[in-house]
Design a protein around this ligand. Structure first.
Ligand SMILES: N[C@@H](CCC(=O)N[C@@H](CS)C(=O)NCC(=O)O)C(=O)O
Length: 275
């Protein structure tokens, strides 16, 4: 979560803007994937969908990778710092990104990264990323729910302080407490990551290269993108996880590395500031 409360400090905004400038050169392309090339030839046609994004975020990174990997006709709009404006809140009262806008949607807008990837896979028949077979699909859904509900909260609590993102009300990191309380909470979250992470290895991946099998699924995209944040706290990923992330990037190529550069650039920026 970025730019969420008053404490969302200007440094975050400045850092994100700076990171966007330095790290997101490829993302300046108005469209994603194949369409970007086509856009040069046919600049007048309006893309079918708009994806509102905040570039240093891994929630956003998931859908940005997916849109490119699936070669969808999506135009990205950077809404950093604009998610609480009256106009945005009218369209999306949850003020969350990524947010897809498309005429076919009942309310015109859709947020939640996994729901967006599910919707687009269903709509475009992208079985490769989201199998139709109910049992196989259930495993992808389970992996994504488990990530959002269990792994991600630990990752957020462990990394948001270093990322300079605001934390959630009610959490130690958000409360007016002395620094040692906050660092103890951050360490506890960091320690807690190992267990759910290993569930991805032992259960969802099992002996397959990806949760999706031979091909990365939307759950794989969501997992690899999430793990990108751990770099900011020097989290020592186990070898299988490092190999898995490398395999994801190799398989998806630029569709992965281009938007990942924004997150990595932001992490490099905050780390340089801390140093
Ligand atoms: N569970 C959501 C999380 C989305 C989320 O937290 N988005 C943050 C960026 S990381 C955001 O847009 N925050 C802006 C705001 O709340 O104003 C997802 O997976 O899409």
């Amino acid at each position: 979560m970025i730019a969420k409360r008053k404490t969302t400090a200007k440094p975050v905004k400045a850092a994100a803007k700076s990171a966007a400038k330095t790290a997101s050169k490829p993302s300046a392309a108005k469209r994603t994937g194949r369409t970007a090339t086509k856009a040069a030839a046919k600049p007048a046609r309006k893309p079918a969908m708009q994806l509102n994004v905040i570039k240093p975020s891994v929630n956003n990174l998931s859908v940005r990778i997916f849109a490119r990997a699936a070669k969808l006709d999506v135009e990205e709009k950077d809404v950093y710092g604009a998610t609480r404006t009256p106009d945005f809140l009218k369209r999306n009262p949850a003020h969350l990104t990524p947010m897809l806008e498309e005429k076919g949607l009942p309310r015109g807008a859709l947020w939640e990264s996994c729901a967006i990837m599910q919707y687009l896979s269903n709509k475009h028949g992208l079985e490769k990323f989201y199998p139709k077979n109910p049992a196989r699909r259930a495993m992808i859904d389970s992996a994504m729910f488990y990530l959002i509900g269990t792994l991600y909260p630990y990752v957020a609590r462990a990394t948001y302080p270093a990322l300079r993102f605001p934390q959630y009300p009610g959490e130690v990191g958000h409360a007016e407490l002395e620094a040692h309380h906050k660092s103890a909470a951050q360490k506890a979250a960091m320690d807690a990551i190992a267990e759910p992470l290993d569930v991805f290895r032992s259960f969802y991946l099992s002996d397959k290269p990806f949760i999706g099998g031979a091909q990365p699924s939307i759950a794989d995209i969501r997992l690899a993108a999430t793990l990108e944040f751990l770099e900011v706290v020097d989290y020592k990923l186990p070898k299988w996880a490092r190999d898995y992330m490398a395999a994801m990037e190799k398989k998806l190529g630029k569709a992965y590395s281009e938007p990942a550069a924004d997150v990595r650039g932001y992490i490099a920026y905050v780390r340089s500031q801390a140093a």
